[in-house]
Design a protein around this ligand. Structure first.
Ligand SMILES: Nc1nc2c(ncn2[C@@H]2O[C@H](COP(=O)(O)OP(=O)(O)O)[C@@H](O)[C@H]2O)c(=O)[nH]1
Ligand SMILES: [Mg+2]
Length: 398
């Protein structure tokens, strides 16, 4: 489809020749009859005023209020997406877009298209993705619920920046622009509202140049489709899922370290700290933490290795270190050694029991230590086989 077919014949030809890129405005729309037509018109006006050739795409996947017809009457190209959800709608819209630059915004009238020239300016200056920042613009009273402004957004943006170091101020702003040639680099897959986080995280991971421009945020028409708790959870879930280091490796290492310290310190006998007696029950806790810690750590190592194999993540420092340190034979040797130590300790206990003529036995500490050593040994050995199996794929993929 050529751009002149989409209803932009009125764009002055001198400005068309002055600016070479074409723009697709993509608007996901779910039951936005109160605003969608006005938003389409506002977007078209903004394109006209910016002197760029473009199209406005409205993506529908389940409206029941006649929004698609209203959008089409206002001059939008309506795209139907089979899969439900905000992210799915965008993915459908991006696939249909033909412009060099894609501009994203809500169909609810909340984003001020007066910011369009700022987005295009940043793209022309070399940014691959330009995020709107409502905090740098004006937020109309009542436009953003208090709980989103002061609880949800700071927590989710803070976590996103802590884990992925994007440095983006308003990571959930719905008005964005990107070069369509960079779409594949962002590997977008999330069907729901967490798509907004995915785009920022993946763009940062792919090393895209990300800019931010102020955008005004107005009170939306109609009702919000964002369900605070389930959608907040979808964002959180996504943020955790995409960072095996923070979800598995750090917690696993921490639990393992605390567990091992308790086990080893309490092995010889009870310990008094600050006047309190720490005895066998705390040692049982140490055993528990050690085993949980190792399992979580092992899952983290699988996840990281798999992420690299499937090319979801570039090879990072941890992965390189692991690769240098790990071999199947080393893993098996360590696992076997630990198992033998545990077995030896248990054998000693059994021998003493036999020697005492099967008398009373009180060797719970070493028995617990032996149990953990043998279990860990087995887990290390089998985990090494599994890790090796995944690692082979990484080597093949290189
Ligand atoms: N097609 C489609 N659009 C959606 C869906 N969920 C939300 N939207 C649209 O995505 C935009 C953002 O949703 P909105 O309710 O405004 O969320 P908020 O801006 O975070 O309050 C709006 O234009 C919605 O109509 C969906 O499942 N399908
Ligand atoms: Mg909105």
């Amino acid at each position: 489809m050529s751009f002149t077919e989409t209803g932009f014949g009125s764009v002055p030809t001198d400005s068309l020749t002055a600016v070479s890129e074409t723009v697709s405005v993509v608007l996901p729309c779910l039951n936005e009859i109160a605003s969608v037509a006005d938003v389409v018109k506002e977007a078209k006006d903004a394109l006209c005023r910016s002197g760029v050739d473009g199209e406005v795409i409205v993506v529908d996947n389940g409206s029941t209020d006649g929004s698609p017809d209203a959008a089409a009457s206002a001059g939008a190209r309506v795209v139907k997406e089979r899969r439900r959800g905000y992210g799915a709608a965008y993915m459908g819209g991006f696939a249909a877009a033909t412009g060099d630059v894609v501009v994203m915004a809500d169909a609810d009238g909340s984003y001020d298209f007066g910011a369009l020239p700022l987005f295009l300016e940043r793209i022309r200056a070399g940014d691959d993705l330009v995020m709107g920042s409502r905090f740098r613009g004006r937020i109309e009273p009542g436009a953003m619920p208090w709980s989103h402004r002061h609880i949800g957004s700071p927590i989710l943006s803070g976590l996103l920046n802590l884990l992925y170091r994007t440095g983006i101020e308003d990571a959930h702003c719905g008005m964005r622009a990107f070069r369509r040639s960079k779409l594949d680099d962002m590997r977008l897959r999330m069907p729901g509202m967490e798509f907004a986080s995915e785009m920022v995280v993946n763009a940062a991971r792919a090393g895209l140049r990300i800019g931010e421009v102020p955008v005004n945020y107005r009170v939306r028409g109609g009702t919000s489709k964002l369900r605070t708790v389930p959608d907040g959870w979808r964002h959180l879930r996504f943020l955790m899922l995409y960072s095996p280091t923070h979800l598995f490796l750090f917690p696993g290492l921490f639990l393992l370290a605390v567990g091992l310290i308790l086990l080893v310190v309490l092995l010889p006998g009870p310990v008094v700290v600050l006047g309190r007696l720490f005895d066998i029950h705390v040692m049982v806790l140490g055993a528990l933490l050690t085993l949980i810690g190792f399992q979580v750590l092992a899952i983290g190592l699988y996840a990281k290795t798999l992420a690299v194999t499937l090319r979801l993540q570039p090879m990072d420092r941890t992965q390189r270190m692991l690769r240098r340190a790990f071999s199947l034979e080393r893993g098996l040797a360590a696992g076997l050694a630990l198992f033998i130590i545990g077995f030896g300790v248990d054998f000693g206990i059994a021998a003493r029991w036999v020697a005492s003529g099967f008398g009373p036995l009180n060797e719970v500490r070493p028995a617990l230590f032996a149990l953990v050593a043998m279990l860990l040994g087995m887990q290390i050995a089998f985990s090494s086989f599994f890790l090796f199996a995944i690692e082979i794929q990484v080597r093949e993929a290189d």
